[in-house]
Design a protein around this ligand. Sequence first.
Ligand SMILES: Cc1ncc(C[n+]2csc(CCOP(=O)(O)OP(=O)(O)O)c2C)c(N)n1
Ligand SMILES: [Mg+2]
Length: 354
Amino acid sequence: MSTSTPTTRPKAKAKAGKKPSKMASKLPHAQKVYQRWFRDMYLMRKFEERCGQLYIQQKFGGFCHLYIGQEAILAGISEAIRPTDRMVTAYRDHAHPLVLGTDPKFVMAELYGRKTGTSKGKGGSMHMFDKERNLFGGHGIVGGQIGLGAGIAFADKYRKEDHVTLCFMGDGAARQGILHETFNMAMTWKLPVIFIIENNKYAMGTSVERTSNVTDLETLGASYRMPSFTVDGMSPEAVHDAIKEAAERGRKGEGPTLLDIQTYRYKGHSMSDPQKYRTKEELGEFQGKDPIEYVRNVLITQGWNSAEELKAVEKEVKAQVEESIEFAENSPYPDASELYEDVYMTEDYPFVKD
Ligand SMILES: Cc1ncc(C[n+]2csc(CCOP(=O)(O)OP(=O)(O)O)c2C)c(N)n1
Ligand SMILES: [Mg+2]
């Protein structure tokens, strides 16, 4: 049942001696797609690099789990779904709103615990939400969002709306019992949900190999006959294809898909991680497949952008990130009187229907 999405990358090289042109491209996506991927991944990377620095400078507190290294997953997803589709994820969640188009200043303000943040400053790093863009969080309980993902998909099916829910989890979360109950119900009811394991090989300091006799996470779908695939998470193209297919399956009423997306986090689990559980060589192996550098190379070798043009994009993105910091630092903290608001249902609570 399970087949794997090809992990090889399309050749990005222009023919020697020939001036590269759009027509000569054999790449699976158009110029504007690669350009979007470059900008989006660079934004995720720079935003997070600055988060790491600001955290060390104690500009904000709480937890801080960086997504650096995993960017090709969200880039690949961005062009494969509709704006009305839903996302729910765990605590490594700063990049998800960025790729959905949430202004980075609101994400930064949330990290700073300011009133202008995505969760009014009351959620922090692990609780990014964006109602307008259908981002349902940002959750700190490992695996808790697996059931929520199926629940969101159930609501859509019940209302006969053709949205698909992308339910992200880590390789560690995939070992939680809730996964099995959820998979069973999601397959029985053919819910339009894509279960995405962002398999970065470690749950804090515990490797996939240490958590089970079965290390091939794709097989977790087998008992439920859920279509399940392993995907190269360093390749935005491979992710795009896998998500597109899974979303079509969901929209056609054929139910859920499990994707074990192979990725790597370049930084520690959170900001306090001595990383003794892995080698520099292993890290180097994945950094050598860096998706930002891959897409940069595509754009340049296709003649779609010069190195200077891409530097200009980087400059724009860096300025945007700096603006987000300025915005966060100049925003007020929530008032103490707001402490008990937004805990239970409020009058304008958007998710309750008669
Ligand atoms: C129910 C529960 N158990 C334990 C924890 C502590 N904890 C926080 S993150 C984490 C590791 C999860 O790893 P993984 O799912 O692979 O996600 P990653 O951090 O790699 O993105 C653990 C055990 C928690 N937050 N919730
Ligand atoms: Mg993990």
